[in-house]
Design a protein around this ligand. Structure first.
Ligand SMILES: [Fe+2]
Ligand SMILES: [Fe+2]
Length: 176
């Protein structure tokens, strides 16, 4: 007799997004490690730290932007069709994508500004933004895993998930 309480298997489309979440968590680590070397006192920040920070943030930014597009163009449309877009579960997630993109741009601008002009206020702003991002990104991914991926697994038919995966792969291909 079939076990009715068993969860449906993880479809390849969700598996792909989960692997990307793991990669995003790994990409956040060097951002935090380098940020910790950026002092918050009156001393100037070593240029090497700022260069490393810019590199780590750029890597995270580019991977996150491609990932968010896969979600918005691949997975979210069938979730919206099921749950409704206005006020539905993807509303907050789309807003968080925009918010994180703005935050990453600010971090890069602040890092760039500090390379030419040591400024304690700018340094503090940079540290606050990195700290906010380090909370927002993991919370965002947990929310997706807890709500949207779960809805996808339990409510979307395999054929719909297959189409979502094809759109995600199309999205990835159009970015290269
Ligand atoms: Fe997302
Ligand atoms: Fe995600």
């Amino acid at each position: 007799m079939a076990n009715r309480s068993a969860s449906p298997p993880v479809h390849a489309s969700i598996g792909l997004l989960l692997r990307e979440h793991a990669r995003l968590r790994r990409l956040l680590e060097p951002v935090l490690a380098v940020e910790a070397t950026v002092g918050d006192g009156a001393q100037s920040t070593p240029l090497a730290s700022l260069r490393l920070l810019a590199r780590a943030v750029t890597r995270l930014q580019s991977f996150l932007s491609a990932h968010a597009r896969k979600e918005e163009e691949g997975l979210f449309p069938p979730i919206d069709a099921e749950e409704g877009r206005e006020g539905g579960p993807t509303t907050n997630l789309r807003a968080a994508h925009v918010h994180m993109e703005m935050m990453l741009k600010s971090i890069l601008q602040e890092t760039e500004a500090l390379r030419t002009t040591p400024d304690a206020v700018m340094r503090l702003r940079l540290k606050v933004h990195v700290h906010q991002l380090s909370q927002l990104l993991p919370e965002h991914m947990e929310e997706e895993e807890r709500i949207v991926f779960l809805i996808a697994r339990h409510r979307l038919p395999p054929a719909v998930l297959k189409e979502a995966l094809a759109r995600m792969r199309g999205t990835a291909a159009s970015q290269t």
